[in-house]
Design a protein. Structure first.
Length: 73
């Protein structure tokens, strides 16, 4: 697993991380209006969610954290 947790106190529910995730790992919880991790095993560790999160609410597992650099990013 790469996405370890989302700090619910920091998460403002903007959904930017959900939109930026190419693997569809994160989803909005409509009831709580917060982001939740739905498919953690699908994470490709691209780090877009961390880069785009305005409140630094997302934590990756350190053992799988391996920043990927892309030519378009």
């Amino acid at each position: 697993m790469a996405v370890e947790s989302i700090n619910s106190q920091r998460c403002n529910g903007c959904g930017i991380c959900v939109q930026s995730c190419p693997a569809d790992v994160l989803r909005m919880d409509g009831e709580r209006k917060k982001v939740v991790i739905r498919y953690p095993d699908e994470c490709v560790v691209c780090c877009w969610c961390i880069a785009e999160c305005p409140t630094d609410a997302i934590v990756l597992t350190p053992t799988r954290y391996n920043r990927i650099f892309t030519s378009w990013g």
